[in-house]
Design a protein around this ligand. Sequence first.
Ligand code: ATP
Ligand code: MG
Length: 678
Amino acid sequence: MLDLSRLNPEQLAAVKHTEGPLLVLAGAGSGKTGVITYRIAHLILNKKVPPDQILAVTFTNKAAKEMKERVEHLVGRKNCKGIVLSTFHSLGLRVLKRDIECLGYKKNFSIYSTADQVGLVRQIVREVNSSSKKYDAEQIIFRISGAKNKLIPPDRFTPNPTDEVEMMAALVYPRYQSALKAYNAIDFDDIIMLTAELLQHHPKVLQHWQDRFSYIMVDEYQDTNSSQYLLVSSLAAGCGNLCVVGDDDQSIYGWRGADVGNILDFEKDFKGCRTIKLEQNYRSTGNILDAANSVISNNKVRKAKKLWTATGTGPLIDLCIVQDDEEEATSVVERIQLERFKKDTPYSDFAILYRTNSQSRAFEEQLRFEDIPYVLVGGTQFFERKEVKDTISYLRVIANPMDEVALLRIINFPKRGIGDHTVIRINQWSLENEVPLFEALGRVGEIEGVTDVIRDKVLAFHDLLIDASERFHGEGSIAEKGKDLFERLGIESEIYRTIDDQKAARRKVENVEQVINSMAAYEERVPAATLSGFMEKVSLMDEDRFSGKDKKEHGKDAVTLMSLHSSKGLEFPFVFLVGMEDEILPHKRSIYEDDSIDEERRLCYVGITRARQQLVMTRTLFRKKYGKLQERVPSRFLDEIPPAVLNVIQSGVVKETSEEEAEKNAEGFFAKMRAMMG
Ligand code: ATP
Ligand code: MG
């Protein structure tokens, strides 16, 4: 029997309200995600609902994984079989994999990453741009993505005539979308948009999924955009049992089309909805909560919420003022070592949170220097590195020969004497004759202007791919086959041959090996592993890049480094919120361009509320920019934190100090000493 005695009355009410729409609107750390996991357990154990009728959706892989662990812990692994606990994207893929053919794509479609999108958009801009104006591909993609998130197809995209980028986006969008279709590929936004389209226009498909799920739950509902909203609401229209939980104060994806209106209008959209508020915070100490409440109260537009805690005030929040970025990293790492020394705290208790991914570098270097294991979530993705993309592209083409972006990437990698000139010629021929590029390679003999020598090279390449494809479709380990293929291709020697810096080359070779390792790891987890399954996994991977050896040596005990955006929903006993400076948090763009300080403030609120026991904030006096020292301004959000909960520690100051400052410094210094003495 499931023990519900841990829950407070409001949480219990939310868990037990299983029939009909339910909205749980509550602040950080009040147990919203907990309510979802307990509801699932309650449905399975007490209401005997078959697990495969339950769907729970959240935003990141990490959050989905944690939720799964929590549920397994409550009901036991064998009772969870069939339950769908996933991100929006993997839910979308599940739907697409079954029925994407209704939309004119084939089942072995590729998923294009940002880098693939950029390549494709650049190419299209070159074709359609008659002026000399230069366009930034990423900005165009941003517009297209915005349209897709609002479910606006190319033929209904109406640009603002005074906005040049948007005008260009309007020209690019239809071509971009047909190119994707021709390559049997979809981009990230398509995963949701096409799923919504399938459900909207294909009643049988909708029926299938409505029949499948009788209880649907969504975490972090404040961050859903229109297409995600449509996805959820159409699935839930069948059973009517939709429970969404969220916090309008944590809406941090407005820039990506998330519409906080979805949560605020929930009561209107779902008739007969019950709303439950949770007010007790179980995560953080009183001081941390005071800081969070006080910062967020500066936002004008919000649903008023009271959050209180019974945990006691806890230690003060440390604000470390350091000289520069280097010292910021060393002081954070020292603090981690000190805490471990004092209390034998595991590394996994610490998280370093920052506004932008580029801030991670200094911390990574320092952690590596001190030989401390860490895991970097998100950031420069492993699978976006050149050597990794090159090798992965082989796998992509084998899985989906229509994938021309990948095909063009490998046609002359490793170098096999097929020059740009030939590639352009074959490409032209394939367009003129409406033959897919892959097929054109096999028919290169029909193309005029290609010499016999080149023809043989192209045919050899084509044969190689066909042969590899046959091997991959046969029995046996895909990791073994991958290894075998990369060896036959001579990727390793190509890397050593083309890169002078042998150390850098070795790192790249190691990365290629990592691709094989991740295939092997995938095979271990998934029984009948296929290449397409692996490719799908890769496309959805948004996290968990371990620093090489650390994973093996230390298991999972590692410091976490991540952006504020990816920290949503998570908690750590010890949190470092670094770079508390204007133009970092709030981000420069929000100050000078799009007037979105409120969203930055919510981001700050998310960061503060990740901490359970101790929060340490840092800011620098100077930062190096293009080799020059630049003076920094403290984050305006620091002024919004009550001074009574702050302990200011200033270190390494070389400038003249006023008496008042000196006193403050001394105080900080002694505080640090006291902390060091335990
Ligand atoms: P966020 O807004 O950050 O996503 P949340 O509202 O989803 O937070 P949870 O992550 O579910 O909050 O819970 C925060 C912490 O409080 C967790 O460590 C959880 O175990 C604990 N917690 C929740 N409810 C209770 C309770 N009734 N008794 C004790 N601890 C609780
Ligand atoms: Mg949560």
